[in-house]
Design a protein around this ligand. Structure first.
Ligand SMILES: C[S@@+](CC[C@H](N)C(=O)[O-])C[C@H]1O[C@@H](n2cnc3c(N)ncnc32)[C@H](O)[C@@H]1O
Length: 227
């Protein structure tokens, strides 16, 4: 099968008209959506027709999550973003097909730029990043957290999904092997530990509020403004 690689090495399958598809999306969209819904429903100020939320997705990849989540949450205005040109085209193509009024055209955001958030207006109610922290240098995670702290509403939520070790525990042998494979590919990549994420977050005024085990040894880390 024809396959494209992103600048970060993600494997994408072409679906025509610029649309790309990530194999993991078919597996992880439903469980992520379930956790997102739970998190959003429990918020002190859930989205409503008269009090819509603004969501910012970072590293949107193919754009398939953006379409699924904008479709699922009609009261949230969903802003996808990427740094990879092929991904930006793909997000735009999926968006054109979907015709969702609450899904914005993708923004080019490169989280390697520590000032990325300065181009955007706060407040953002939800920031979502999936499968990014392990496949980029630590500086990208740090910049993500710093920018989120700048943009999030007082009661805003940063929802991060991916492969994490939890307080030093890789959770499964496959996660440990994945970490080794990532570091062999690029020494700056690697599975991040939830405690390390919490430390970086604390430095910029965010705190981990929930850590949720997900299928296939993945993890959701939810962060909010620190108390
Ligand atoms: C494994 S893919 C995940 C994509 C999507 N979130 C998903 O779950 O399907 C990692 C993505 O991170 C993006 N990425 C890597 N470094 C980035 C950076 N510095 N700024 C923004 N995006 C980045 C890549 O372009 C790629 O699309």
């Amino acid at each position: 099968m024809d396959e494209r690689k992103s600048e970060s090495g993600s494997a994408w399958t072409p679906r025509g008209n610029g649309k790309l598809s990530a194999p993991a999306v078919a597996r992880n969209t439903a469980p992520i959506l379930e956790r997102l819904r739970e998190t959003i429903d429990r918020a002190a100020r859930p989205p409503a027709p008269q009090a819509r939320w603004r969501a910012l997705e970072l590293a949107s990849g193919s754009g398939e999550h953006a379409v699924a989540f904008a479709r699922a949450f009609a009261d949230i205005d969903w802003q996808p973003s990427e740094r990879d040109p092929a991904a930006l085209d793909s997000i735009a193509a999926w968006r054109a097909d979907a015709g969702l009024a609450n899904l914005a055209a993708p923004l080019r955001i490169d989280l390697a730029d520590p000032r990325w958030a300065e181009a955007l207006d706060p407040p953002v109610d939800l920031i979502y990043a999936c499968n990014l922290m392990h496949i980029s240098p630590v500086a990208v995670s740090r910049n993500l957290l710093t920018g989120a702290a700048r943009l999030l509403a007082d009661d805003g939520i940063l929802f991060v999904y991916g492969c994490f070790s939890r307080s030093g525990d890789f959770v499964s042998p496959s996660n440990r092997r994945f970490d080794q494979a990532l570091r062999a590919r690029d020494p700056a990549w690697g599975v991040r530990d939830t405690d390390f994420v919490a430390e970086m977050a604390a430095d910029c005024g965010l705190a981990v509020s929930d850590i949720i085990a997900m299928p296939a040894n993945n993890t959701v880390v939810i962060l909010r403004r620190g108390g």
